[in-house]
Ligand binder design. Structure first.
Ligand code: KIV
Ligand code: ZN
Length: 514
């Protein structure tokens, strides 16, 4: 039986990044794009170039530097957007323009203020214009699942005629159920003229928790591209999770006979961790496939079964997603070579300078903590190598607290204008440290979220703090800090978030018009 490929279109860097607080810097996006290429995705939607200069730059940088997948840019159905996407993608070895316009009555009337025939004309013109930049053009009728089916047949037939090579069917508001979505795809295959000239694609949002099921129902009914994001990152409840789609097709060949994806599944876990670290979106422990507990068996009956035969309670192995379970432990005597070797085995491709700074941090931590695990190395690399421009640098932190004492903190923050000193008290040591940092920097963003977790177990474990701050102008920023001292980790996370607030991010500025 010959196999058929389901194309994996990753939109972590576009739709995923629209999740509030998930914006990444250009270099972070590039790092994710390189990892997506290693993972084997077919198409990377790198951004929405017209929406901001940083989005344009991020798409352009990825188009210039990432090889393997097709690089795609999003554009509304107008010449300005398409031109920006065409320019940003010019250097890509393989490029695609993804143009879209809403087709549901509610969107056409209240958002676009346009009649269906005007929308159809705009869609056709957009596809024809995009074809001047590339022969790989995708069209999306936004809010397709609340659109009139006959209008969908008409507009999709017209865009295929105009040169669209992928027809994407978004469930923009996550409203549809699996049976209905499967039926829509099946009907489009029957009723869109020349549908064989295009690939049908799914694009499902997770508002009712159906995104994965809907996408797979689409695949069962003939879709051969799935749009998804790592960890299901995305606006509101997110997009369909790539790892769930891929592992379902992989685990259930009886249900998806002849279908394969080009994904190297052993890269799934690493990619998931990278996206979580860079966006600060912590993965829930019971998240399918990539959650901390996804392969943990606790109850006596299950453990007993697993020991007798793994398949009694395990439908896939952790090794398949790149969790090999063989934790190498390093320590202060491991040396630079041992550290470099482990980084390489864990998939980090570090420059000499990055390796030097990560190694220095490793030595510092190894002095305090006897055993350094793989998760610690991941945290060190993330903390040292991925740090952004240090507009504010935490040079000194002293905190005094205890029973019957007013928690107080003093800090020294290095800036380009010199050292700023401040002292403050607060409800607790973290609050006091944050107040002192606010005093020293003169910045007072709203603290929206604060979490702290131990990266590995044991009393010497590294602590990882995550904070989300809001600048009061509608933007949020996530910061992360790692240390064996949790107060220091918390302060570093706060300063990291302030640095992100000071740096240009790639979050689109025209989000409300999407
Ligand atoms: O959800 C959606 O409708 C989208 C489109 C831009 C494809 O993300
Ligand atoms: Zn979407």
């Amino acid at each position: 039986m010959s196999s058929e490929k389901v194309l994996i279109f990753d939109t972590t860097l576009r739709d995923g990044e629209q999740a509030p607080g998930a914006s990444m810097t250009i270099s972070e996006k590039l790092e994710v794009a390189h990892q997506l290429a290693r993972l084997g995705v077919d198409i990377i939607e790198a951004g929405f170039p017209v929406s901001s200069p940083a989005q344009f730059e991020a798409t352009k940088t990825i188009a210039e530097q990432v090889r393997g997948p097709v690089i795609c840019g999003l554009a509304r159905a107008n010449e300005k957007d398409i031109e920006a996407a065409g320019k940003a993608l010019a250097a890509a070895a393989k490029r695609r323009i993804h143009t879209f316009i809403a087709t549901s009555p509610i969107h056409m009337e209240h958002k676009l203020h346009k009649k269906p025939d005007e929308v159809l004309k705009m869609a056709v013109n957009a596809v024809k214009y995009a074809r001047q930049y590339t022969d790989n053009v995708e069209f999306s009728p936004e809010d397709a699942c609340r659109s009139d089916l006959n209008f969908l047949y008409e507009i999709l037939s017209a865009v295929v005629e105009a040169g669209a090579t992928t027809l994407n069917i978004p469930d923009t508001v996550g409203y549809i159920l699996p049976y209905e979505y499967g039926q829509i795809i099946a009907k489009l295959k029957e009723n869109v003229k020349n549908v064989g000239k295009a690939v049908i694609s799914t694009h499902c949002h997770n508002d009712l928790g159906m995104a994965t099921a809907n996408s797979l129902a689409g695949v069962r009914n003939g879709a051969r591209q799935v749009e998804c994001s790592i960890n299901g990152l995305g606006e509101r409840a997110g997009n369909a999770a790539m790892e769930e789609i891929v592992m379902t097709i992989h685990t259930r060949p009886d249900f998806f006979p002849t279908l394969t994806t080009g994904i190297k599944t052993t890269e799934i876990y690493r990619t998931s961790q990278l996206v979580s670290q860079l966006t600060g979106f912590v993965i829930q422990p019971n998240k399918a496939i990539v959650g901390k507990n996804a392969f943990a068996h606790e109850s006596g009956i299950h453990v007993d079964g697993i020991l007798k035969k793994r398949e009694t309670y395990e439908i896939m192995t952790p090794e398949t997603i790149g969790l090999d379970g063989s934790q190498m432990v390093l320590g202060r005597h491991s040396g630079r070579h041992g550290f470099a070797d482990r980084c390489k085995k864990l998939g980090y491709h570090l420059s000499k300078t990055d390796l030097d700074s990560a190694y220095q941090k490793f030595v510092e931590i190894a002095d305090k903590k006897k055993e350094i695990f793989d998760e610690d190395i991941a945290a060190i690399v993330s903390d040292e190598v991925r740090s952004i421009e240090q507009v504010y640098h935490l040079d000194y932190l002293h905190v005094a607290c205890g029973t019957g004492t007013l928690p107080t903190a003093s800090v020294k923050i290095k800036t380009k204008d010199g050292i700023k000193l401040a002292a403050a008290f607060g409800d607790g040591p973290v609050d006091a440290a944050y107040e002192a940092i606010r005093e020293a920097t003169g910045l007072a963003p709203k603290l929206e979220n604060y979490t702290i977790r131990a990266i590995t177990s044991g009393k010497e474990a590294l602590g990882e703090a995550n904070v989300r701050i809001a600048d009061g102008k509608g933007k949020t920023f996530v910061g992360r800090g790692v240390s064996t001292d949790i107060i220091e980790a918390s302060a570093k996370a706060y300063v990291d978030a302030l640095n992100r607030m000071a740096a240009p991010t790639t979050a689109p500025e025209t989000k409300e018009q999407l």
